[in-house]
Design a binder for this molecule. Structure first.
Ligand SMILES: [Zn+2]
Length: 210
């Protein structure tokens, strides 16, 4: 099974991806994670990507495609895979089709913007131990303090309302044509992401088959 996961920041993609790979024995391919790994390892690819990202640019389609092409040759992809963070644009989706034939399903987790903004702006993380909280839905026992290690919680720089709005605008601009592309192919499955993770997953599993 070859799947693509589409959803705005804070739509709950990571949570659903974990559930999907566990149930269907698929490889999880996050191009963002892979790029960060390459950068950390200091490979040629990583150095190239680092320069581009440092200058605020987007990593080229060719570079991403090259990474994906190598990755899906790995043993753990024999049963299939789920792509997260790629493709982001129609051009990338076309290149992916050239590479693998066609995907089986693009799962689009749709969450209203105002709900996502609430999730993004309420996120708190512990800089020391990495624990994460939410001002409203998962508050720490003591305001602003980590339950685990007692450190002062911080907010990621890009988790402000303004930055969140900008990220959502970018998402819509890039991904709406992508959603249409998969819809035309008959491969789109849109799931309501404005409910709890287990209910969302139940809808996805129904679509993919038990
Ligand atoms: Zn902590």
């Amino acid at each position: 099974m070859k799947l693509v996961l589409i959803g705005a920041p804070a739509a709950g993609k990571g949570t659903q991806a974990r559930k999907i790979i566990a149930k269907y024995q698929l490889a999880y391919i996050s191009t963002g994670d892979m790029l960060r790994e390459e950068v950390a390892k200091g490979t040629d690819l990583g150095l190239k990507a680092k320069d581009i990202m440092a200058s605020g640019g987007l990593v080229s389609d060719e570079l991403i495609i090259a990474i994906v092409k190598e990755r899906i040759k790995a043993d753990d992809c024999k049963n299939g895979f789920i792509l997260d963070g790629f493709p982001r644009t129609v051009v990338q989706a076309q290149k992916l089709d050239e590479l693998i034939g066609s995907i089986d399903k693009a799962i689009y987790i749709n969450v209203p913007d105002e709900v996502m903004l609430e999730r993004i702006t309420g996120r708190l993380t512990c800089p020391k131990c990495g624990a994460s909280y939410h001002k409203v839905s998962i508050p720490p026992k003591q305001e602003g303090i980590c339950d685990v290690c007692g450190s002062e919680l911080t907010q990621r720089k890009d988790d402000t309302l303004e930055a969140g709005k900008a990220r959502l605008a970018t998402f819509h601009q890039q991904s709406e044509p992508l959603v249409d592309y998969y819809k035309e192919q008959g491969h789109l499955f849109e799931v309501n992401g404005n409910k709890d993770a287990d209910s969302i997953f139940a809808d996805i599993a129904k679509e993919l088959g038990e």
